[in-house]
Design a protein. Structure first.
Ligand code: ADP
Ligand code: MG
Length: 619
């Protein structure tokens, strides 16, 4: 039978170090947190060889008196909590009393400190857990912690250290996170004698974001601030044009602490749904301030993860604040379209804000006495409702390839585009009509140049938003069938449909069980009247039967609205009459975000005249 024995302190400390100190960046995080807890307003970080050789953090905080130095590096010794109840009202970043002891166990640590009310400072050196005698030393107010030769006595950990560059990447990120959380504190980071960051204190967090993440992101920020009696959410999110291929630029802070929280990241993704392409992630710098009693920070050794008492409420507040902010914000910005066949500098801009003015103008040109009345999507036909006819489309032939005679002999059929050809008579500006090409795209002249619109994506967006408004206000137009139609389904499909009857009724779909695997459809959305009840149901079932995780009713509803909008919209490949083209364009301003389809793809690309001029070597 094995015998049980108490482990020596040094082994306990090494085990603790194994949990908390994974790499040099972990040391930096712990020491920075200590400096912030000490009320420092300036913190300087100096490292050598990615932190493997040296990490020195100097602060101007409250300091530690000589007689407390030994306690500071003792395990489970802290000035931040005194009893178990305190664990539920932690106001500081640290509280476990383990960091200095752990670090001192696995490195050569020199702790030097002087509180403001002491004439002289004192220093304590600990080598691999072995204390040297405390010595008096002259030093400024505050604390300096020097960590040399990290992992020198834990060869396995030492072996796992990566290249200087990799370790420096992690270490810089650790500094970044705390510097973003505390813009009022001056931070500096020096590596190998080179100053990497010098971040003066600022009242405007955007200055800090600009310094650390670049001015492009900083300029695209949308401010968020919402508060209820217990939770305050504030900070910034970036315009959807500044998305990332991973979620690393999603900075969430809880009471000054950087955290990762899958649920809040999900809320963020939801808020941007339809604004970003699949696989793109929003950028954010958001702070949550919550009474410490409402959150447990003692669930993870490095406190990266926390447990909220009422996670659902925070989820809703985050999602709700962002959604309402987006509704009142013009989210359009220029962005280049990757893969577009243009010179690298020749950006194709996404649709611009002027376009909605253009279509207001277009509407006036149509001489409709009540411009708003005719263009609300009424549904019912599955076609774009006819709009007042306009002048026949002016078709312009593009200049023929070299070899053909130009100008063509038959001037009547082949007219030079009056806008492109500078010598031609200027056309009336911003002709409201558009040219449909390849039964897919609508080409429109606008103030800036030329716009190419994806007919399906635009129509889908308009229908989706209109549907969403109607579903939310409970005013969806549903078409009742004179004779309810039985639809035969597979057993699992019938079960999915009947389980979600409530949800389907919100979408205007009325279903009842009819025995066995048959369901009766007695009504479905007017918008889908071109489809049979069977087709409609089949489409919706795809959304209802998701693999794995059960989506929330809200997600499901959204998914189904996407499907309906997609089904009801004109297709890629549908030929449209000029009237239909005009009707579609005239409805464009009805969509809050007519720049992206509900899946986040752009609905239009703008080629500015300047770009065209450049490409044709006219400038
Ligand atoms: P914790 O931060 O969880 O309390 P640490 O091991 O990190 O544990 O630090 C132990 C104690 O040493 C702290 O509670 C604090 O009183 C003191 N201390 C550590 N670093 C500093 C510092 N930079 N300035 C002032 N006091 C410090
Ligand atoms: Mg600490």
């Amino acid at each position: 039978m094995p015998s049980i024995c108490q482990l020596p302190t040094s082994v306990i400390n090494k085990i603790a170090a194994g949990e908390v100190i994974e790499r040099p960046a972990s040391v930096v995080k712990e020491l920075l947190e200590n400096s912030l807890d000490a009320g420092a307003t300036r913190i300087d970080v100096v490292v050598e060889k990615g932190g493997a050789d040296l990490i020195r953090i100097t602060d101007n905080g409250c300091g530690i008196s000589a007689d407390q130095l030994t306690l500071a590096v003792a395990s489970h010794a802290t000035s931040k909590i005194a009893d178990a109840d305190d664990l539920f009202r932690v106001h500081t970043l640290g509280f476990r009393g383990e960091a200095l002891a752990s670090i001192a166990e696995i490195s050569r640590l020199l702790l030097r400190s002087r509180p403001a009310d002491c004439e002289a400072g004192a220093e304590l050196e600990v080598v691999g857990g072995r204390h040297e005698p405390i010595r008096p030393v002259g030093c400024p107010t505050g604390t300096s912690v020097e960590v040399r030769q990290l992992f020198f006595n834990t060869p396995v950990r030492h072996k796992y250290m990566r290249t200087t560059q990799t370790e420096m990447g992690h270490l810089t990120e650790a500094v970044c996170r705390l510097a973003l959380a505390h813009p009022c504190v001056h931070f500096s980071l020096t590596h190998g004698g080179r100053l990497i960051h010098d971040l003066p204190p600022t009242d405007d967090p955007r200055d800090r974001i600009a310094a650390l993440c670049g001015s492009q992101i900083a300029e695209s920020l949308i401010a968020i601030d919402s508060e209820d009696d217990q939770i305050r959410l504030h900070g910034y999110v970036a315009n959807p044009t500044h998305s990332r291929g991973n979620n690393r630029m999603q900075y969430l802070f809880l009471n000054g602490r950087h955290i990762r929280d899958r649920s809040l990241q999900h809320a963020l993704g939801e808020a941007y749904r339809g604004l970003l392409l699949t696989g793109r992630y929003p950028v954010c710098f958001l702070h949550l301030e919550i009474a410490p009693e409402l959150v447990d920070v003692n669930v993870h050794p490095t406190k990266l993860e926390v447990r909220f008492q009422d996670g659902g409420r925070i989820y809703s507040q985050l999602l709700g604040s962002l959604r309402s902010k987006f509704l009142s914000t013009d989210l359009v910005a220029r962005g280049s379209v990757p893969g577009a066949a243009t010179d690298s500098e020749d950006e194709i801009a996404a649709a611009t804000p002027q376009t909605s003015e253009l279509f207001d103008w277009a509407k006036r040109q149509l001489n409709d006495p009540k411009p708003e009345s005719g263009n609300t999507w009424s549904g019912g036909t599955g076609q774009i409702p006819p709009y007042r006819p306009v002048e026949p489309l002016q078709m312009h032939t593009v200049a023929p390839p070299t070899g053909a005679t130009f100008p063509p002999a038959d001037g009547a059929t082949n007219r030079v585009d009056p806008v492109v050809g500078e010598s031609a008579t200027p056309a009336p500006h911003f002709a409201p009509s558009a040219l449909q090409i390849h039964n897919r795209y609508l080409v429109v002249e606008n103030e800036e140049g030329l716009e190419v619109i994806d007919q399906h994506a635009l129509h889908e967006r308009i229908l989706y938003e209109s549907l969403r408004d109607k579903v939310l206000s409970g005013s969806i137009e549903s078409q009742r069938l004179l004779v309810p139609e039985p639809v035969d389904l597979a057993a699992s499909e019938a079960a999915a449909v009947l389980e979600n009857r409530e949800l389907l009724s919100q979408l205007g779909v009325a279903v009842e069980p009819f025995g066995g695997e048959t369901v009766l459809v007695s009504a479905y959305p007017a918008m889908l009247s071109n489809f049979s009840p069977h087709e409609v149901l089949q489409g919706l079932i795809e959304g209802l039967q998701t693999e794995g995780k059960q989506p929330s009713p809200r997600d499901l509803l959204d998914e189904l609205m996407h499907m309906i909008a997609c089904k009801a919209a004109v297709k890629y490949g549908d030929s449209l009459t000029p009237e239909e083209v005009d009707a579609l364009l005239a409805q464009r301003h009805l969509a809050q975000d007519h720049h992206h389809c509900p899946h986040g793809r752009p609905t239009a690309l703008v080629f500015t005249r300047e770009q065209l001029d450049r490409q044709f070597k006219r400038v």
